[in-house]
Ligand binder design. Structure first.
Ligand code: UD1
Length: 440
């Protein structure tokens, strides 16, 4: 596919209704989990985004049979039969395209007793080690689970058998929690994870596995216990939860354009860390059972705020760049403290080109409110950074090009159509582009 950008003529208030798609991070974990079952399953509400297509391709390369059906509203339904898997190796180049390919380590260990994985890719915002995953697999009896066993970027683990263990994480890690949950589901005996991550997609992966026959308790709390089972019968349909980060991005897009948008198919409790901050800043955020309306009074004063990103239920790091855009258009000074990733402010030079006033001191960004963004040509340095730049461009005076837009399409289903339906002037174009990967 040719490189493309998003061209946005800013200054249109977003108004109307938008539907949120299935959660990217949940479906990536669930797809890996589906590779472990001993029957068939259907996955519904799967977002039609490029990361999902990469994960489907990875699973098919293992030998799994996956048929994709497009639902009328645009999402996908997958019919999955993993019984045709014929290898323990996930070592092709596609593995490096997404971070979540590391879930295949846990899934293949559980299924085959052996797993080979090329080191995963994903957004580059600082060191992204998998030492916690490996330490836990080692505790469960896997041989080869040392970073020094990397051979040409490939790690191979073997466990005969994989045994339940006590696993304590000294850092809260979403990926390690899910990976250990996967492996433990078919291990011999009981695994207890202490200081587990509590993100909504962890609960979704556990619910999926339980519906297939697993015995997982406590997902969504900091202690998860998993009683291993020899067989996961499957033969079930499962619907993926709504995407918390996509929903938050539309809430922020509505707010910064001074619009009035109702966001449907959300779980309002998942949005609380953002909703609370937005109310504190002066926006109206009204919740219903499965929708949230964001708007503001005509002459409401929007004030600056302080945010520190934290594991769930704290403020999500994946909404940090978008929230900085919100801060830019507030009165006075705001402070963003990035507490999860080492280097997640790479997009700030792009916002400065649009007129932002931000100073970064290590993991803290001090944001001085401005009246308006100016249109500019900017580059999506990663997925959520790209989404933030789209939000800024929607609010800006003049035309912006957000280049490297394929990064945004990793995680936002039909973003152009959805924003247009809310009144945005946005187009996909090959007029201006910049392939970041070629320069990196
Ligand atoms: C997941 C999300 C990502 C999100 C992040 C934090 C997916 C596919 N990606 O990434 O969008 O930004 O959670 O909410 O779901 N760490 C270690 N050793 C490890 C693992 C992690 O030190 O073995 C550290 C990381 O460097 C980071 C912190 O733990 O500082 C959190 O990382 P983690 O929760 O594991 O993030 P991911 O699962 O990779």
């Amino acid at each position: 596919m040719s490189p493309y950008s998003y061209k946005i003529n800013g200054g249109h208030k977003l108004c109307g209704d938008v539907n949120i798609s299935g959660s990217k991070n949940a479906v990536l974990g669930v797809l890996a989990a589906a590779m472990m079952i001993d029957g068939v399953c259907n996955l519904e509400n799967v977002p039609d985004i490029s990361d999902v297509h990469v994960m489907i391709e990875l699973c098919q390369t293992l030998g799994a049979t996956i048929e994709t059906e497009k639902a009328p509203e645009g999402s996908l339904t997958l019919h999955i039969d993993p019984r045709t898997i014929n290898t323990y190796k996930a070592t092709g180049a596609a593995v490096s395209k997404i971070r979540a390919s590391y879930y295949l380590l846990g899934a293949l260990l559980a299924r085959e007793g052996k797993a080979s994985l090329r080191m995963p890719g994903g957004c580059n915002f600082g060191q992204r080690p998998i030492d916690l995953h490996l330490k836990a697999f080692k505790a469960m009896g896997a041989k080869g689970a040392n970073p020094e066993n990397l051979n040409d970027g490939i790690i191979t683990l073997e466990a005969s058998p994989l045994k339940g263990a006590k696993v304590f994480f000294d850092i809260v890690s979403v990926g390690a929690t899910i990976n250990v949950m996967l492996a433990a589901t078919k291990a011999q005996g009981k695994t207890v994870i202490t200081n587990a991550a509590k993100e909504p997609h962890i609960v979704d992966v556990a619910n999926f596995l339980n519906s297939m026959g697993a015995k997982i308790k406590g997902a969504g709390t900091d202690t998860i216990s998993i009683q291993g089972v020899p067989v996961l019968p499957g033969n079930f349909s499962y619907s993926i939860i709504p995407d918390q980060i996509e929903a938050g991005t539309y809430m922020i897009a509505a707010a910064v354009t001074g619009g009035d948008v109702t966001i449907h198919n959300v779980i309002p409790t998942h949005m609380e860390p953002l909703s609370a901050k937005m109310r504190e800043m002066g926006y109206i955020v009204d919740e219903d059972d499965d929708s949230i309306r964001v708007c503001k009074e005509e002459d409401a004063e929007i004030t600056g705020t302080n945010i520190k990103t934290m594991p769930y239920p704290g403020f999500p790091t994946d909404l940090q760049p978008q929230a900085v855009v919100l801060m830019c258009l507030a009165d006075g000074m705001s402070k963003m403290h990035e507490n999860v990733w080492q280097n997640r402010f790479q997009y700030i030079p792009e916002l400065l080109r649009m007129g932002a006033d931000i100073n970064v001191f290590d993991r803290i960004a001090l944001v001085e409110g401005i009246k308006k963004f100016r249109g500019a040509t900017v580059t999506a340095t990663d997925l959520r950074a790209g989404a933030a730049l789209v939000c800024a461009a929607l609010a800006a005076e003049g035309t912006s090009y957000v280049t490297n837009a394929k990064k945004i399409d990793r995680g936002y289903e039909h973003i152009v159509d959805k924003l247009r339906s809310l009144g945005a002037d946005i187009d996909r174009t090959e007029e201006v582009y910049y392939e970041q990967d070629e320069e990196a």
